[in-house]
Every structure is written in structure tokens, then in C-alpha cells.
Design a protein around this ligand. Structure first.
Ligand SMILES: [Zn+2]
Length: 327
């Protein structure tokens, strides 16, 4: 049986997604629908979207993972707090995700969001929650208004280097109120060179900016691509063909499978996606079994536990402290 790990998920909860973000998404849906005739109001679309985000303890996500044959998933927790306030604060988000992980043992890794503008206090708080909850990685959301190569992030990267934590960086389009310039994949280049021991995963980069992201992945040893959102992008109605093209470009050792659930939740759920990938005629056409294993599980494991052998499982034991692990 094929082992599948999902490298890109979120808890579908209004605790972690700002109302302003929801309204931005609803605004674009309204614009698209109203161009073709009568459309629900932005407020009504936003209410419907929020209604899909009531899975606060991830029970619904785990049920879908079971159905789809996904053994374990990465939960990404973006920090929107300085740009779109209204969610639970970052430290509380970390605690709630820890509770979710305790509720569903061995089903989740958690990458916690940071923002360089929190200053030294933010770095201290990050080090503390990483230690307390044995978190697995960092999530960056540069469209909130900073570059992933911002020097204010370097203290975080030093901790990541010491603890072998990967850094997941959003790239490409997002909510209309946020900055797109800082979401260009090349913005990672400086940090990727300065921290060769830290693995950087470019979110969505297998879908947008593919040429640039592809050469970064091919030539920078510590840059990886995520394909999260592949089935939900309006630009990719032919996503099986797109993924197959991507999987034949010679960088399968650098691509990490991810769905970006709950994105596209209404379209048949995770099972529809894994069925199409594993049993459809297109996605894995002319992709070797070895490469399929890299894409579906082994690349993610290498990023989570550098140096581990394929088939190994990253340690889930609580850490004893930053200094102790850094030895
Ligand atoms: Zn996402």
C-alpha cells in the first residue's frame, strides 16, 4: 500500500483565519459569479465560507484523511496578527494546535507562523512554544508585508538550523488586501544561501511561478516545492495534466505532495484527489514507483528529519530545550 503524507493542510477553523481574509476571498467569488448574472452578496458568500471553517478540533479533517488513505499531514498555522488582526494570538494558536495533536496522536506535524516584525520578543516566544510543544517547522506568510529574506527572520532561521526545522514559505497569489510582491519565490534566494542547513519549502510553487521555482529547486540544494492547492486553482482546470508535466521535469526529489485542505473541500474532498492521483490515468503516467514514493512521502520525511533514511519516521519525542538539541 502506498504511504501518503500531506505536506500542506490547515485546521478548517475561524479561530485561525481572519474575517478580513474570508471577505477578500468572498469578494473575488462574488465578482466572478456576478459577471455571469445574479450572484449572492459578498456577506452571504463569506458566511458560507465561514460555515465550512467550523472543524475546530480537526475531527472532520482526520475523517477525510482516513477515507483518502492519508497517514499523516502537516498543519500550517500562518501568523496574520500584524496585518489582519482578529484571530487567536500566535502563542494561543500553537497551544490549540498542540491540543489537536494530542487528540489525534501520530496524525499531524505542526508548523507555526512567525513574523519578523514581532522583534526579539517574538523570537523568544517562538523558541518557547517550539520547545514546549515540540513543533515541527515554521510557516511564513510574506504577503503580510515582509520578505522571507528579511534579516529580522535570521534569529528564527538560526533556531531552525539548530533544531533541523523546515521553513514553509507562501508564494504566489492570496487575499486581495495583502502584498503580492513579497510572495515572489526569488525572495527566498538570500536566506536560502545564508542558511544552507535550513530546508525551505516554497508553498504553491509547483503551481505558480513554476519556471522560477523549478530552477530554484533544481539548483539550490535546500529549496523544495509544494503543490498545495493543485485541485482548486482556477488556473489549473487540467490539474492532472499539469502535475504530470511537473513530475517529468527532473526535480521529483524536491517536490512535496500537499493539498491545502480545506481549500476545495466542497469538491469531493481528499479521497477524490488521492483516487485521481493513485488510480487515474494521468498524474503518474511515466513516473517511476521510486519517484512516486519521493513525491508522496519520502521528500517530506527528509525535510522533517534531515539525514533520515527513506521509510524512517521523524522523532515525535518532546525536545529538552533549544540549547540541548543544538549540541
Ligand atoms: Zn495553505
Amino acid at each position: 500500500m502506498t504511504t501518503i503524507y500531506d505536506g500542506h493542510c490547515h485546521v478548517a477553523s475561524t479561530r485561525f483565519i481572519p474575517q478580513e481574509f474570508v471577505e477578500d476571498v468572498a469578494g473575488n467569488v462574488h465578482r466572478k459569479l456576478s459577471a455571469r448574472g445574479a450572484a449572492p452578496s459578498v456577506a452571504r458568500i463569506a458566511r458560507g465560507y465561514a460555515g465550512q471553517h467550523q472543524d475546530h478540533l480537526a475531527d472532520g479533517l482526520v475523517a477525510e484523511m482516513d477515507d483518502a488513505g492519508i497517514a499523516r499531514s502537516v498543519l500550517l498555522v500562518p501568523d496574520f496578527s500584524l496585518r489582519m488582526p482578529g484571530c487567536v494570538p500566535p502563542a494561543e494558536a500553537a497551544r490549540l494546535h498542540h491540543e489537536i495533536r494530542m487528540r489525534h496522536p501520530d496524525r499531524f506535524w505542526v508548523y507555526i507562523g512567525v513574523d519578523p516584525r514581532h522583534g526579539p520578543e517574538g523570537v523568544r516566544a517562538f523558541a518557547q512554544v517550539v520547545d514546549e510543544y515540540a513543533l515541527d517547522g515554521v510557516k511564513l506568510y510574506p504577503p503580510c508585508g515582509y520578505s522571507p529574506s528579511d534579516p529580522g527572520l535570521y534569529p528564527y532561521y538560526e533556531i531552525c538550523a539548530a533544531l533541523s526545522l523546515p521553513v514553509f514559505v507562501h508564494t504566489g497569489p492570496t487575499a486581495a488586501s495583502l502584498d503580492y510582491g513579497s510572495a515572489e519565490p526569488l525572495r527566498i534566494d538570500r536566506a536560502a544561501r545564508d542558511f544552507p542547513q535550513v530546508d525551505f519549502v516554497l508553498g504553491h510553487a509547483g503551481l505558480t511561478h513554476v519556471d522560477t521555482a523549478g530552477y530554484l529547486a533544481a539548483y539550490r540544494p535546500n529549496v523544495y516545492l509544494d503543490i498545495g492547492g493543485f485541485a482548486s486553482s482556477p488556473a489549473l482546470p487540467d490539474w492532472p495534466e499539469h502535475l504530470n508535466r511537473l513530475f517529468r521535469t527532473g526535480i521529483n526529489h524536491k517536490i512535496i505532495f500537499g493539498t491545502d485542505w480545506p481549500l476545495g473541500r466542497m469538491g469531493g474532498g481528499l479521497k477524490r484527489l488521492t483516487d485521481e492521483i493513485l488510480h487515474g490515468p494521468t498524474v503518474f503516467a511515466e513516473v517511476s514507483r521510486t519517484d512516486q514514493r519521493l513525491l508522496l512521502s519520502e521528500n517530506l520525511l527528509r525535510v522533517l528529519a534531515p539525514g533520515s533514511r527513506p521509510g524512517g519516521y521523524p522523532a515525535a519525542a518532546p525536545r529538552n530545550g533549544v540549547a540541548a538539541v543544538a549540541e
